[in-house]
Design a binder for this molecule. Sequence first.
Ligand SMILES: *Cc1c(COP(=O)(O)O)cnc(C)c1O
Length: 235
Amino acid sequence: MSEVSENLSEIQDAITAACARCGRARDSVQLIAVSKTFAAEAVKEAVEAGQRVFGESKLQEAEAKIAVLPDSLEWHFIGRVQRNKVRKLLGRFSVIHGIDSFKLASYADGVARELGLFPKVFLQVNVGGEESKGGFEPEQLDDEMEALLSLERLGIQGLMCIPPAGPDPESARPWFAALRNLRDKLELDHDVGLPALSMGMSGDFEVAIEEGATHVRVGSAIFGQRSYRVDGELG
Ligand SMILES: *Cc1c(COP(=O)(O)O)cnc(C)c1O
C-alpha cells in the first residue's frame, strides 16, 4: 500500500469511529481530500485507494490536475473566491465552499445564470471575527439570508468555517458548535433547510464530526506536510 492509501484508510476509520461515538450514520459525513500543493500523482494514488472527492484552493493549480485526472472525480473549491475567477470556478468545480459576501453571491448567481448552471455553494462564516479571515459575520448572515435565498441559481448547502488556530483539537469545538448553532437559528428564522456544515481539517476533523460536520476537509493527514503556504490564510 502507498503511504497515501494507508493514510486514507486511517482517516476513514477515524471518521467511522467519530460517527459511532456520537450516534451518527457513517454516510452523513463526506471526506474531501485536500490536494492543494500536491502533484496529480498523489491524487492518483488517492483515487486508486477509492477517494473520489477532492478540494483545491487555487484555480490554476487545480486546472492542471483536473486535466490529467479521470472525469469521474468531484472537485470542491475551498479557497478564497476572487470575483474575476468566478466564471472559471463555476465551470470547473461542482461545489464552492467560500462564498463570503452577498455581493459575491449575487455576482456568482448572475454568472451561473449566463452559463446555465446551478452551482452548489457554502456560505463561509467568520466565526472567530478574525481580521485576517473572510466570511460573513454571524449577525450579518441573519440579516442577509432572505436576499441570499432569493438568488435562484445558487444551491445553498449550508455553512462553512475555518476557526481560529488553537493549541489542540478541543479548542476548535466551541467554534464548530457556534457554526452549528448559527445554522439552527438560520433554519428557524428563515424557514429554510441548511443541512450541510463544512468544518474540520486534519487536526480537528473528529471534533468537527462530533459537533455536526457533514463535510470534513482533510489535506496534510492524507498527503503529508505541505512545503509552501498557499493562500495567506492557511498553509
Ligand atoms: C488547506 C485547507 C484545508 C486542509 O488543511 P489540513 O490541515 O492540511 O488538513 C482545509 N480547509 C481549507 C479551507 C484549507 O485551505
